[in-house]
Design a protein around this ligand. Structure first.
Ligand SMILES: Nc1ncnc2c1ncn2[C@@H]1O[C@H](COP(=O)(O)OP(=O)(O)OP(=O)(O)O)[C@@H](O)[C@H]1O
Ligand SMILES: O=C(O)c1ccc[n+]([C@@H]2O[C@H](COP(=O)([O-])O)[C@@H](O)[C@H]2O)c1
Length: 195
């Protein structure tokens, strides 16, 4: 049996937007992945607490956004673990879930990749998964600070969308249609998020 190839898309997803989905879809195609698991962060310790929406809202928006794609799944590992979210823990837990034979590919945008050496136990991350850095408008994609065999850089269609811009648009009464999936637009309105 061939080894399963699993992409991991970690993020705060406050809210999940089409930039996340396009990046995951593109990497799934290039790397011939069997599945991409979206992992909403529990406590993103490098973002200010007061600014992050309740975990269950972020989880449900991620489920809604990914529901129509048979290759996409959502994991609660980071939401259900106590304390700050560290990717080193995420990768260890997902290794247990998917088994020793699975190949794991952790997907990060250019901004996240640039900061990866500030993550907990950064030196161990590259033994736990292969890292895929994707282009993102406004950021320079580089792996010169990282071990060369551990990272692959991939160009994805440029979507100049960020969660912070989506939140600001909702707060200002501007539309987020076509920046986030339709179901997420409706979820945000129904729960009065970002007002
Ligand atoms: N438009 C995009 N294109 C490519 N990658 C992206 C894009 N937006 C986010 N990412 C990547 O997705 C992952 C999760 O991002 P996150 O949930 O923090 O969204 P964000 O838009 O960066 O949020 P915020 O604006 O609140 O900081 C990160 O690795 C990030 O680099
Ligand atoms: O492990 C860490 O210390 C660490 C620090 C910052 C971010 N991360 C992970 O990077 C991913 C993207 O994070 P963010 O903050 O850009 O949404 C997400 O899976 C986070 O858990 C991980």
């Amino acid at each position: 049996m061939s080894r399963r190839r699993i992409g991991i898309m970690g993020g705060t997803f406050d809210p999940i937007h089409n930039g996340h989905l396009v990046a995951a879809s593109e990497v799934a195609d290039r790397f011939d992945l069997d599945e991409v698991v979206f992992v909403p962060t529990g406590k993103p310790w490098q973002k200010p607490d007061s600014k992050v929406s309740a975990a269950e809202h972020r989880y449900l928006m991620t489920v809604i956004a990914t529901a129509s794609n048979p290759q996409f799944t959502v994991s609660r590992v980071d939401l259900d673990r106590e304390g700050p979210t560290y990717t080193v823990d995420t990768l260890r837990e997902l290794r247990e879930v998917y088994g020793a034979q699975a190949e794991l590919f952790f997907i990060t945008g250019a901004d996240a990749l640039a900061k990866i050496l500030s993550w907990k136990d950064a030196d161990q991350l590259f033994e736990l998964a292969h890292f895929v850095g994707v282009t993102r408008p406004g950021f320079t994609l580089s792996d010169s600070h990282l071990p060369s065999e551990a990272v692959t850089l991939v160009q994805v269609p440029a979507l100049a969308i960020s969660s912070s811009d989506c939140r600001a648009r909702v707060a200002a009464g501007q539309p987020v249609w076509y920046l986030v999936p339709d179901g997420v637009v409706q979820y945000i309105a129904k729960h009065h998020l970002y007002r």
